[in-house]
Design a protein. Structure first.
Length: 763
């Protein structure tokens, strides 16, 4: 929200009060309290008839400093984000009228002794950002009788700002206005399904605003050298997070707000959907599953979208028996084909649903102030919205999920959760409607995820969720929402996904082929390449079935190739996924996250790293041309085997590819275990029959090996002699000897090895 009229003046009707000095402060081990009045105090009389901001400085974890600004100390309504507050002890000192407050390597310095107020955040002697004099504000909108709290943190000349959730606007957020308010706005506007009040910079720090309501950002826009954020009310809390690299910042942010759960290995395979408004029955479903198997296209999950239930009755958790007369038998028959089952649901209960009267009578829905159920006709006629702040409503909802899982359902697509009202709303626990608007999705997805963990086990739970807020990364996977079957929307989806993945989330997917339109064979094939080189891969659409043979024979070949390619790479991908779960660094990641010292990669949003070793550059046009950037090093295309020796300053390339190829490049010293015979995403990764070695340099190199449950079983270690003529591989963690070794893209034919699987030498 904008409060100023240009650089010098406040907007008409806005009164902006600024802390002018630290009048007094109190220090203890876990908090420092600063009292900062809105004018300088020269004499006793100056303490009368003025306001004051009370600043509380804390540290929930090392290298994280929290700042809470409070004007009036009022009882705060919930909800609040769940954070791991370890209440770290602060180190404080006062030198030359400057109070220094330190946590780990991060320090905030505050002038005391009647000096102009400001905050300076430093790490290892380097200034990261500052709240300059006049940046903080307690603001009164005299026209509308509303109050706000504001902070502005400075941006250095070269600072780039990223994140703030799934944003389809330009990747670098400098110059943008962002409101963190969940909305069902598609993938082509400034609205977002997944708003996260956390931004990360390329200058060693990130900032998390610990407010669940709408946080309004002016990112180098209202004031072009600052990031401004504000909320309605009388208080504002934020955390500055220091990290020497962007990866370290994400690690510490997810230490604070929660690590992404590790999805089960099978979820990384291909998901096929019925699509939305298509007509389907058990016969149609089985025809699609059989059609994939007949065409030698491995399939791991089949998804039933909304119309597994009768229209006007969403959500009733009942199969439409006219279309599916024997759901238990159908699910059993699908499982016999080696395929898991996902079904669609949402948190809304239509008035025609068998559940509406139950929820109404027992008080399980969000209410209006007059005690009636809060209803509207948006989506389902007369729908009520489940109140997940009511523990009995949560258990009621869970009971129907348990019944579906007992029937054979393996996963749920948790759609919607964004259209949550704020006017004339009462929650069971008295939560603030404004603060619950975004937070609702956390409770909704947590409810479903807990049932999956209860019924399937801790390592088998996976959702397909659309909405999210802070902490929702604990309930993967999320997909990008309703996109269009157009190249521009394909690029928008990637850009939004990369912003989302920089906001603490580890795994992400999108509707292959686009959701809203009929897809051309061309875009279907190009999107298939991209989709099967994403964290999770799902065919889904609105008005047409997304099976490849509906397009052309080449679409079948493209699907087959890229599904098998992904399954073959699962030993690598799942190992990287385990790292994501442990560190919070996303599986798909912007290039700058891996090459933060390369000045050329800061704006790249049409290509990405898949794990730490593979570069992917999707093709976004019907000519098959692609322009992409490679950082310094030697890169090898996994599909064409072309080698690129990239100079120190990096290199831009422009190339043309057929539908069976695209830029999929391995970094120098990459070790890939592969099983090209895999028919599902979950298999024994310790029996990978192939090891691929790419441009190995002198020295020792390792690749972690995990099993299909995420347990680390060891390393494949490659040692190259100084002259590069001899190479040894220690693969004792593998259960069987690899059948083929590929070195620099060529098959090695002369291998001397032991009869065990401990080591072998290539010459």
């Amino acid at each position: 929200m904008k409060f100023t009229d240009g650089y010098w003046m406040d907007r008409d009707g806005m009164t902006v009060n600024h802390p002018q000095e630290v009048y007094d402060f109190q220090v203890d081990e876990q908090a420092v309290t600063l009292y900062a009045p809105y004018k300088k105090v020269a004499e006793r009389g100056d303490t009368l008839n003025i306001g004051m901001t009370t600043l509380t400085i804390t540290s929930p974890q090392s290298d994280i400093i929290g700042v809470q600004l409070t004007h009036f100390d009022q009882i705060a309504q919930g909800p609040r984000f769940a954070i791991d507050d370890q209440q770290k002890k602060l180190k404080t000192s006062v030198v030359d009228q400057c109070l220094a407050i330190k946590s780990g390597d991060l320090t905030v310095k505050v002038p005391v002794g009647h000096q102009p107020f400001n905050l300076v955040f430093e790490a290892n002697g380097q200034v990261l950002t500052t709240s300059e004099n006049g940046a903080q504000g307690q603001i009164v909108d005299t026209k509308h009788h509303e109050s706000y709290m504001r902070e502005q943190l400075s941006l250095d000349i070269d600072t780039l700002v990223y994140g703030l959730g799934e944003r389809f606007t330009p990747f670098v957020k400098n110059g943008q206005v962002v409101n963190t308010w969940n909305a069902d706005g598609g993938t082509g506007s400034e609205q977002s399904y997944k708003n996260i009040p956390f931004y990360i910079t390329n200058q060693g720090y990130g900032v998390f605003v610990n407010q669940s309501e709408n946080v309004s950002y002016e990112v180098a826009s209202e004031n072009v050298s600052r990031v401004q954020f504000s909320v309605p009310g009388e208080s504002l809390e934020y955390y500055v997070i220091y990290g020497a690299t962007p990866k370290e910042i994400l690690k510490k942010y997810t230490d604070l707000t929660g690590k992404p759960a590790l999805p089960p290995a099978w979820s990384f395979g291909l998901w096929l959907s019925t699509s939305f408004t298509t007509d389907y029955s058990e016969k149609t479903v089985m025809k699609f599953i059989d059609g994939m198997q007949e065409r030698d296209i491995p399939l791991d999950v089949f998804h039933f979208d909304c119309f597994w239930m009768k229209g006007f009755e969403w959500t009733n958790f009942e199969w439409d028996r006219q279309k599916f007369p024997d759901p238990e038998g159908m699910l059993r028959r699908i499982h016999e084909k080696g395929v898991k089952v996902c079904v669609w649901l949402n948190p809304y209960i239509g008035q025609k649903s068998r559940l509406f009267k139950i929820g109404q009578e027992k008080g399980y829905f969000i209410k209006r102030q007059d005690g009636n159920v809060w209803q509207w006709d948006m989506w389902q006629a007369g729908q009520g919205i489940v109140d997940f702040t009511n523990p009995q409503a949560v258990e009621w909802y869970k009971g129907y999920l348990r019944e579906l899982m007992d029937m054979g359902v393996d996963s749920f697509k948790t759609d919607f959760g964004e259209r949550i009202p704020t006017e004339d709303v009462v929650y069971y626990d008295g939560s603030s409607p404004e603060k619950m608007h975004n937070y609702y999705t956390y409770l909704y997805n947590q409810t479903v995820f807990e049932v999956l963990q209860e019924k399937k086990g801790l390592n088998e739970a996976v959702l397909f969720a659309r909405s999210a807020t802070v902490g929702s990364q604990k309930f993967p996977v999320h997909w990008g929402g309703d996109n269009l079957s157009r190249y521009a929307s394909m690029a928008d989806s990637l850009r939004g996904g990369l912003s989302f993945l920089l906001s603490g989330f580890g795994f992400w997917s999108h509707d292959i082929g686009g959701f809203e339109d009929n897809a051309t064979a061309d875009i279907y094939k190009r999107w298939t390449q991209f989709g099967l080189l994403s964290s999770h891969s799902r065919y889904h659409g609105n008005i047409e079935y997304r099976v490849p043979w509906n397009y052309d024979d080449e679409a079948v070949a493209v699907t087959r190739k890229f599904v098998k390619n992904k399954l073959a790479m699962m030993p690598y991908l799942f190992s990287e996924a385990v790292q994501t779960h442990q560190t919070g660094v996303p599986l798909m990641r912007p290039v700058f996250l891996e090459f933060d010292q390369d000045q050329n990669v800061g704006h790249l949003a049409t290509q990405y790293m898949l794990g730490s070793q593979l570069m992917v550059a999707p093709i976004f046009n019907d000519q098959g041309t692609v322009k992409y950037y490679l950082p310094n090093g030697v890169w090898t295309n996994l599909l064409t085997h072309q080698v690129y020796d990239v100079p120190e300053n990096g290199q831009w390339l422009q190339e043309k590819y057929d539908y069976l190829n695209l830029p999929l490049l391995a970094r120098q010293n990459t070790i890939l275990l592969q099983d090209p015979t895999a028919t599902h995403a979950e298999y024994d990764y310790t029996q990978a029959p192939e090891i691929h070695l790419f441009q190995m340099t002198a020295g020792q190199h390792q690749q972690t090996v995990v099993d299909c449950h995420g347990n680390q079983v060891g390393f494949v270690t490659v040692t190259v002699s100084v002259d590069g003529h001899e190479l040894s591989v220690d693969a004792q963690c593998l259960k069987t000897l690899p059948k083929l070794i590929y070195y620099q893209g060529m098959t090695i034919k002369e291998i001397s090895m032991t009869t065990s699987c401990e080591s072998f030498t290539l010459k």
